[in-house]
Design a binder for this molecule. Structure first.
Ligand code: CLR
Length: 423
């Protein structure tokens, strides 16, 4: 497809464009929260949830002590923790090898779910969030585009790749488990160093909380994931195994990369909470054991991804990456859109351990959201997202949320005093 053929000067132009968004991020990332331990009251999940079997999470009113100081928007940005894999993928000259690393990236986001049995805040309609990493060369933007069902549309970009999609999660509490089923497709445009541009897509697997009844709730992730390269026809199949009774099956992920004729090229295996390996297995699929260092050779497995450590002294079981998200340095404040999640007082209070104030503020912002909806309804108006529009995807033909690429331009104009956020 001609649209996806780009030259390297365009890649440089893209890097320059992204650099304009670095304004406000000069102070670098935050390493800690004010709290070094959370003292949320320990409540029995089952005690509260047992009367809610069959409901989805949006229909539940839960005490704020069930929350973590993140939002569903932040949970999407958390996909960005291991973008180094996308940069590695772009450097590989063999397209099946690129797919190995892209699949590693798709699997990498699950490590952050360990120990996170808490409810992220539900974004308000039209709430936005921007996140820029000058040190890593990318920028990320997300907008809550619908409230029922809750959908966030996101767009991340770097010199070598663009990653976008929607986070729409269907949830249901079954008693034995609480299931979260992501519906949207994620798209990746990769610009390999060897030239051209490729499109990859995949859908996320199911996340679930098990062990609620026995009082030992843990997050599991399971299901099949198909990472497809639309440009070459190659596919990576990944199987996330559900946690069974045997400890050995926990966190297991395995799979293979096949070429466009269906012939296996690589086998993949490991644990999504720890390390994932690949092994060159032309024409057959094989188990993937961590390399022993003994018989080095082309058929030895090699590491494609490793989870970052979880240092102590961070509350709510957040990852070090998640800690950086709600930070609001003084230098950044003047550039933020008024809809930015960092400005939400309830999440800020939660992060500071002021749980009662968080509950009051959460109630207040949600009430004013209801009032805005009533006004819209009385006027016969419908909410229109500001930065994304529904469109048909030019390659896959699916409906998706198209980023109009306006946000960063407006931000730049606001920074130069040429306009204000509410034009
Ligand atoms: C999974 C990966 C998706 C985005 C996503 C959306 C909803 C998240 C889910 C992820 C992980 C599990 C999750 C869920 C919302 C609520 C649920 C955080 C990140 C937690 C574990 C529910 C806790 C139970 C409460 C009732 C206390 O791309």
């Amino acid at each position: 497809v001609e649209r996806y053929e780009k030259t390297h000067s365009e890649e440089d132009a893209k890097a320059l464009e992204i650099r304009k968004s670095y304004k406000g991020y000069e102070d670098g990332i935050r390493k800690r929260l004010k709290l070094d331990a959370d003292n949320r009251p320990k409540v029995s999940l089952w005690g509260i949830l047992k009367s809610m079997i069959g409901k989805d999470m949006t229909k539940m009113t839960l005490p704020v002590s069930f929350n973590e100081p993140t939002s569903l928007l932040y949970r999407v940005v958390e996909d960005m923790e291991y973008t180094d894999l996308l940069n590695v993928a772009a450097e590989r000259t063999d397209s099946t090898e690129r797919l190995v690393y892209v699949a590693g990236f798709a699997a990498s986001e699950y490590a952050s779910t360990i120990g996170r049995v808490a409810k992220p805040f539900n974004p308000l309609l039209g709430e936005t969030y921007e996140y820029v990493r000058p040190d890593l060369g990318y920028r990320f933007f997300i907008e809550q585009v619908t409230h029922h069902p809750p959908v966030g549309a996101a767009y991340a970009e770097s010199a070598k790749w663009d990653y976008y999609g929607e986070s729409a999660v269907k949830s249901k509490f079954y008693g034995k488990s609480f299931e979260f089923n992501p519906l949207g497709t994620w798209f990746l445009h990769l610009r390999p160093a060897s030239g051209g541009e490729e499109l990859y897509t995949w859908k996320k697997v199911t996340s679930s909380v098990v062990g609620i009844i026995t009082g030992n709730p843990v997050v599991d992730n399971y299901g099949l994931m198909e990472v497809k390269n639309w440009t070459t026809g190659e596919v990576c199949y990944l199987d996330f195994k559900a946690k069974g009774w045997k400890a050995s099956s926990a966190y297991q992920v395995s799979g293979r990369v096949v070429d466009k004729t269906g012939r296996t090229r690589w086998s993949i295996g490991g644990r999504w909470n720890d390390k994932i390996y690949a092994r060159y297995t032309p024409g057959y699929e094989a188990s993937v054991e961590p390399p022993t260092g003994e018989k080095p050779g082309k058929d030895q497995a090699f590491l494609i991804w490793e989870a970052h450590p979880r240092p102590t002294g961070i509350p709510f079981n957040l990852t070090p990456f998640a800690v950086t998200l709600n930070d609001i340095p003084d230098r950044l404040r003047p550039f933020l859109a008024p809809t930015d999640t960092r400005l939400r007082p309830d999440q800020r209070a939660m992060e500071l351990g002021e749980y009662d104030f968080a509950a009051v503020e959460k109630n207040r912002v949600e009430e004013s959201q209801r009032a805005r909806r009533r006004t819209r309804e009385a006027r016969g108006e419908e909410f229109v997202p500001k930065w994304f529009q529904k469109a048909k995807h030019p390659v896959t033909g699916e409906e998706y949320w198209d980023f109009r690429h306006e946000y960063w331009k407006v931000r730049e104009d606001v920074a130069e005093g040429k306009t204000s956020w509410e034009q």
